[in-house]
Design a protein around this ligand. Structure first.
Ligand SMILES: [Mg+2]
Length: 232
């Protein structure tokens, strides 16, 4: 690629590690904990029921869409309350869920590719989720993390991308955004004036037919991004 970015904003979930197996496991651990500490709630809500409730809470509180931690903890409190258990248990239950949610396994190409990117330009994590890159042992590759929760809204909002560029001290046209989600990452970056590269890992959905944005490249791994940039 002849164009070279001065900085990179990088999505986390599904770009650096698969998230859904981790959420599945965290929900199972949460349910096992409820079985011990709030058996009525555990008997009424299996893991699928808890997930449905979490989704309902998300629909009922669109103004909290940027704060997945709040939505999760609130949905646990609601389940406890509905079943006559102590809603205050939602605090320790969420702490447990959150710790499990951090136990991600990066895709095999990620540690080396991330180090190669970070050796060239500042890399800022830009996420709508609640991953903790320090807890995952990847913090040394990032100059920082901008989360939707901290900022008050997330991707695809153009001013979320603008805040990231400001933090990097770069104009949007100088920053490459890299992510897996067509709508949030690629269309979001496009609307904010950032060039993008779409990480579409094997088995991930294709772009929609009505696509408006045009990423600079589509890659199957982060290692392929390093190659496309000529930084290998
Ligand atoms: Mg993602």
């Amino acid at each position: 690629m002849s164009w070279q970015p001065r900085a990179i904003t990088l999505d986390l979930d599904e770009t650096l590690w698969p998230i859904w197996p981790v959420i599945d496991r965290a929900e199972q651990v949460l349910h096992a904990w409820l079985t011990q500490h709030a058996p009525r709630t555990a008997a009424t809500f299996d893991t699928a029921g808890l997930r449905r409730l979490r989704e309902q809470v998300g629909r009922a509180h669109p103004q909290r869409a940027h704060d997945l931690s709040w939505l999760r903890q609130h949905s646990i409190a609601l389940a406890l309350q509905q079943c006559g258990d102590d809603p205050a248990l939602a605090g320790p239950a969420f702490t447990l869920f959150f710790a499990e949610r951090q136990k991600v396994e990066p895709f095999p190409d990620v540690p080396e590719a991330l180090a190669a990117l970070a050796a060239r330009v500042p890399v800022l994590a830009l996420t709508n989720g609640n991953a903790d890159v320090q807890a995952m042992g990847l913090g040394q590759h990032f100059v920082g993390v901008l989360t939707a929760r901290e900022f008050g809204c997330g991707k695809p909002a153009p001013h979320f991308f603008a805040a990231a560029c400001e933090r990097l001290g770069c104009a949007p046209a100088e920053v490459l955004h890299v992510g897996d989600d067509w709508h949030l990452d690629i269309e979001g970056a496009h609307a904010a004036g950032l060039p993008s590269v779409w990480v579409r890992r094997p088995g991930h959905p294709d772009k929609p037919a009505t696509r408006q944005a045009q990423p600079l490249a589509e890659v199957g791994t982060l290692a392929a991004l390093v190659d496309v940039l000529g930084w290998g």
